[in-house]
Design a protein around this ligand. Structure first.
Ligand code: FE2
Ligand code: FE2
Length: 435
């Protein structure tokens, strides 16, 4: 008996398996599918009203983007040029994913993921692992094992969400019909890994007769009370300022929705741009969850705090370039100054509120914001064609427009939390109003 660890324990080592060109062709199709799934899930984070589905899409668009990035980088090792590997090239799958963007509602969207795309992906990744020689193609094998783990973890979440929204026979019938259209198109496109013949005659758009544009319309269910803005609280009133910090974190969902427009509507950027924006988007969803989780822990009710929603008004008015410049170079960059800034928010939670969970959250929020400012500086430098001064002027105008929009409606007071947060003593501490 050879030892278990012969050949470093790798299986599938004596089958000739797939050649480099064959591997590259499959991985190129799979990378394309993951890239388009990132876009599909990010764009519909704006359109779906269901709060928990919105958040799930924030995670899934990021993971799809990461999968695409890993596969594209592997292609560079398989004799594929940088231009061909990183740029989404012409692919029969384009028609299928263009069509999928036109999901009419949450049920359609989830049906496309649960009944068509995600099972097809999982099957294709498993088929690849079964077909390839694990010794010859180990770098791909390792990437696919990690991708499969994430897909297996998240498919049941999507299935649970789908069953929650497709709760009437009519809704389920409509969603199944939409899934059938997409499944037929996917088959006509040669499958998600491009291993079957393409049937061009059956590859015709149904809804996608024009490019998809995300509607400029706020889409939120009633999980949380929506208000225009919070009444400004004096720095000395520590309990109220802490409550305001919870509500401000919760309201970062608008930053995530704004970034979905940047991801969806900025075309022809190098691939790393989309990887960065996708990460930034998921971070803002995570920050939203910071507020939700801390509120739920403190009050036993995640909806104890309202969401401030005036930010969406100017997101709809600005170009993605200006909106991103205002966020990254205006609002987030301002949070780097200490005091006050992100560091003081963290210190406030640690020293004044003395709330361990929010202290952890604000610690990582601070780290994330440092990353976001660096991403914005890096990406905007390449994306913006004018001078640095012109770019800062554009960001400044965006911040000004935000300030004007903010004044359009009166702010509302936050719920009185002084009895719930009695341990926070009022003091002279200052901390700022985060984005
Ligand atoms: Fe944030
Ligand atoms: Fe941020």
């Amino acid at each position: 008996m050879p030892p278990l660890y012969q050949y470093a324990g790798l299986p599938n080592i004596k089958q000739p398996g797939l050649g480099v060109d064959e591997c590259a062709a499959r991985l190129q199709a799979l990378a394309y599918a993951e890239e388009r799934l990132m876009h599909l899930q990010a764009a519909h984070l704006v359109t779906v009203p269901e709060w928990d589905v919105k958040g799930l899409l924030g995670r899934l668009q990021y993971e799809a983007g990461q999968h695409a990035d890993q596969l594209k980088n592997r292609l560079l090792e398989l004799r594929i040029s940088k231009k061909k590997a990183l740029k989404a090239s012409d692919n029969p799958l384009k028609v299928v994913f263009d069509e999928a963007m036109f999901a009419a509602n949450t049920t359609d969207l989830l049906a496309s993921l649960v009944l068509v795309f995600k099972p097809a992906l999982l099957q294709a990744y498993r088929a690849y692992l079964a077909a390839t020689n694990h010794l010859a193609d180990y770098p791909t094998v390792r990437i696919l094992k990690m991708i499969i783990t994430e897909e297996e973890e998240t498919l049941p979440l999507l299935e649970a969400a789908y069953h929650d929204v497709a709760h009437t026979p009519e809704k389920e019938a409509a969603a199944t019909a939409w899934a059938n259209v997409l499944r037929d198109m996917l088959a006509a496109a040669g499958g998600i890994d491009g291993t079957r013949p393409v049937d061009g005659a059956r590859l015709k758009p149904v809804r996608a007769v024009r490019p998809y544009v995300i509607p400029r319309q706020m889409s939120r269910d009633d999980s949380f009370r929506q208000i225009w803005d919070f009444v400004h609280v004096e720095n000395e009133r520590a309990a109220e300022r802490f409550a305001q910090m919870l509500a401000t974190r919760l309201s970062e969902i608008t930053a995530a929705e704004g970034l979905a427009f940047v991801l969806a509507e900025v075309e022809d950027q190098p691939w790393p741009f989309y990887v960065d924006i996708s990460r930034h988007l998921w971070d803002e969803v995570r920050h939203t969850f910071f507020g939700e989780a801390a509120t739920e822990q403190i009050f036993g009710d995640r909806a104890a705090m309202p969401i401030r929603n005036f930010d969406l008004t100017y997101v709809f008015q600005m170009s993605p370039l200006q909106q991103y410049a205002a966020l990254g170079l205006g609002i987030e960059a301002a949070m780097m100054k200490y005091p006050p800034g992100k560091r003081e928010e963290y210190e406030f939670c640690r020293d004044v509120a003395q709330h361990p969970l929010m202290t952890t959250f604000q610690d990582f929020d601070w780290a994330d914001e440092v990353l976001h400012v660096n991403i914005a500086r890096r990406q905007l430098k390449d994306w913006f064609h004018g001078s640095q001064q012109e770019l800062l002027a554009l960001a400044h105008q965006g911040v000004e427009l935000r300030a004007q929009v903010r004044k359009m409606q009166p702010p509302s007071p936050l719920p009185d939390v002084s009895h719930t947060l009695p341990e926070i003593e009022n003091g002279p501490q200052r901390y700022p109003d985060g984005h």
